[in-house]
Design a protein around this ligand. Sequence first.
Ligand code: NAD
Ligand code: UDP
Length: 343
Amino acid sequence: MTILITGGAGFIGSHCCVTFLEAGHDVVVLDNLTNANSESIERLKEITGRNIIFEHADIRDQDALELILRQHRCEAVIHFAGLKAVGESTQAPLLYYDNNVAGTVRLLSAMDNCGVRDLVFSSSATVYGDPKFLPLTEEHPLSAVNPYGRSKLIIEEMLRDLSASDPKWRFAILRYFNPVGAHESGLIGEDPLGIPNNLMPFIAQVATGRRENLSIFGNDYDTHDGTGVRDYIHVTDLVDGHLRAYEALKTRRKGDGCFAVNLGTGTGYSVLDMVRAFERASNKKIEYEFAPRRFGDVAACFAETSLAERIIGWKAQKGLDAMCRDTWNWVCKNPNGFSQPAE
Ligand code: NAD
Ligand code: UDP
């Protein structure tokens, strides 16, 4: 079975390629490399010993998509391609609607023309907006508080509309909580451009000495130590959820082919919990200071995970220590990300 992985050169997509290749599928990676380095594809070959077809293309180019789907006889799509920086999305909303929303319209149109009707979509816990209750179940009301979140919500609604319009479509919508960690080989991992927005890559760069100290955004939240609480999930667990979701999708009956599930661990950790766990894994002191709350942040966010267990037979396996250990291994071997050769 050949599967098209859009955004497959990026952080989560590259790990997903490993999982699908190891499960015996063939993959074609499509990426425009706006937030990735083609070195990740070389590393994938090294990890899996398999050939990987890489198509340098943009999901907004429908002709290119149709050519690729036909040429490689793709039977399903795992759709990671998208821009994901919340701050940037508030500065450049049209870019996000064009890239994420219009890009997905082009992708679905190309799939329709080529008779490919199975898709797994990267959504996000951001579609729950400000949590009204915790843990977040899939029934929690949906809303979005920034253009990035709205782009995910619009795509979700679009998939539900399409599925209702014609039972031939089958969609798995996966709402990620906070993906961290890296492949245990240390050959692939998260390689943010510039100053990291997210906590884990920032902490990792403080541990390697690339940044002086961490600013902790807020210590007066209503949480066990006053700092923000999130549901961190190991990226290899997360991509295992994609394989399970894809397998579940293939067995769905016509007309019952669109489901949304949370991919999280169900456990929330605070920023200070993360700092201490990373100190244990790296044996380094993480210098930090408290700073004002970051605009738009919520106090706590973590998942109810029983629906994923029921629908796709998946449950996260790895704990916080493995997440920190594997991140540390990746940054030690690649202190400048993919821009220098692995040791
Ligand atoms: P990433 O930036 O590492 O990967 C996205 C990939 O898509 C990149 O390689 C980028 O070059 C590519 N891309 C972007 N626009 C494209 C386009 N128009 N055409 C072709 N390729 C394009 O990000 P990631 O962390 O791996 O995230 C993957 C997906 O998961 C994204 O859709 C993101 O919104 C979603 N997600 C991520 C997180 C997270 O915290 N990392 C959380 C929730 C959801
Ligand atoms: N955070 C922080 N300093 C940073 C980056 C993040 O204190 O440099 C905090 C942030 O306020 C939140 C948690 O770490 O409470 C996770 O932030 P991240 O951006 O990784 O994920 P998100 O907020 O998008 O869930």
